[in-house]
Write a protein that binds this ligand. Structure first.
Ligand SMILES: Cc1ncc(C[n+]2csc(CCOP(=O)(O)OP(=O)(O)O)c2C)c(N)n1
Ligand SMILES: [Mg+2]
Length: 353
């Protein structure tokens, strides 16, 4: 084990809560923190609205929400540069929003409208925007890992400065693609970050029942990889872990594995009645809500007062109403376009606008 890796494991021996950056707000820029708060709160409302619109049959197909995972999403995106490449699983609304896709284009995609980021073809699980290097949500568990690893290989081969960040759930770490991808990333020294959102469940299976190793970041040691566990309810801890891993990838061509410990507030998807876990457990998980906790830190630091918090909420709700209106008023793709975008071509318009 080299020096860097042993440092990483030392830092990890505390398990959950390690790398928490609580009480470090004095080194932070106030406006940046307020922006993080806005991003998390907007995502919370966006997802609640998505559930509502699903129940009103405006959204069809599968739909998985980031409720409870807002700090992992915002921290992940904020640790990257705009040109870096992002791959995710199907629980990706928040990643799309925080990689610069407009709320209009994400909501319209959920509605299956032609103004959506994937022209209404992808829906909830397959958001995409080539221009912003958002390489998409993938519905096959672990399917995004070999693709992301291949992208990192291409970047390395062409000596490009960008890195790839590949998000996945805890369940994905139990499948073959995870292990093959980590192995190859290490062999080829690829500029990639494997980011696991451990939200406690893979569908109805508790993460610690599905994995032989409950602390998922420890799987990285099988590949002698820099690996770290962070408090996924602390947006700054997640961002800092991402920044450190991105630096390592960019400057030293070393891959990393990050496990962000979080909690899924609702069922696996919007139609899951969530009967496999008891009420007390869910209440305990929800008590760790990252958003009010961050609001309290901002209040305590004097960066915002109650009126400031209320104003951010009001602004978020207005933006959301505008996105829903945009999606409602946008047309569905015309029937004549049914066979568009099926085959790749040089002029394929794969990117969303
Ligand atoms: C290869 C494969 N196996 C099974 C499924 C069915 N499936 C969909 S989501 C899911 C659970 C994945 O859980 P996790 O990786 O923790 O992600 P989360 O939903 O918690 O974000 C499963 C088993 C699938 N989509 N792909
Ligand atoms: Mg999970």
């Amino acid at each position: 084990m080299n020096k860097k890796q042993s440092q990483a494991s030392d830092a990890n021996t505390n398990g959950q809560g390690a790398h928490s950056s609580l009480a470090l707000l004095e080194n932070e820029d106030r406006n940046t923190l307020v922006r993080y708060y806005h991003q998390m709160l907007f995502l919370r409302h966006f997802e609640e609205k998505s559930a509502e619109m699903y129940n009103k049959a405006r959204i069809g197909g599968y739909c998985h929400l980031n409720l409870g995972e807002e700090a992992t999403v915002v921290g992940f995106c904020e640790g990257l540069e705009p040109e870096d490449y992002v791959y995710t699983n199907y629980r990706e609304h928040g990643y799309a929003l925080n990689r610069g896709l407009s709320a209009d284009s994400v909501m319209a995609e959920l509605f299956g409208k032609v103004t959506g980021c994937a022209h209404g073809r992808g829906g909830s699980m397959h958001m995409f925007d080539a221009e912003r290097h958002f390489m998409g949500g993938y519905g096959i568990v672990g399917g995004q890992l070999p693709l992301a690893t291949g992208a990192a290989f291409a970047l390395s081969y062409h000596n490009k400065p960008q890195v790839v960040a590949c998000q996945m759930g805890d369940g994905a770490t139990n499948g073959g693609p995870f292990h093959e991808s980590l192995n190859m990333a290490k062999i080829y020294h690829l500029p990639i970050i494997f980011f696991v959102v451990n939200n406690g469940y893979g569908m109805g299976l508790a993460a610690d029942k599905g994995s032989a190793v409950a602390e998922l970041y420890r799987k990285g040691c099988a590949y002698d990889m820099n690996s770290v566990r962070v408090d996924g309810n602390d947006v700054l801890a997640v961002r800092d872990a991402m920044r450190a891993a991105a630096k390592l990838a960019r400057e030293e061509r070393e891959p990393s594995l990050i496990e962000a410990v979080s909690y899924r507030f609702r069922g696996h998807s919007v139609i899951d009645p969530d009967r496999y876990r008891n009420r007390e457990e869910v209440e305990r998980g929800r008590a760790q809500d990252p958003i009010p906790a961050f609001a309290k830190r901002l209040l305590d630091a004097g960066f915002l007062d109650d009126a400031g918090l209320a104003q951010i909420e009001e602004q978020a709700l207005q933006e959301l109403d505008a996105a829903v209106k945009f999606a409602e008023e946008s047309p569905f793709p015309p029937v004549e376009s049914l066979f568009d975008f099926i085959y790749a071509s040089d002029d394929a318009q794969v990117g969303g606008k």
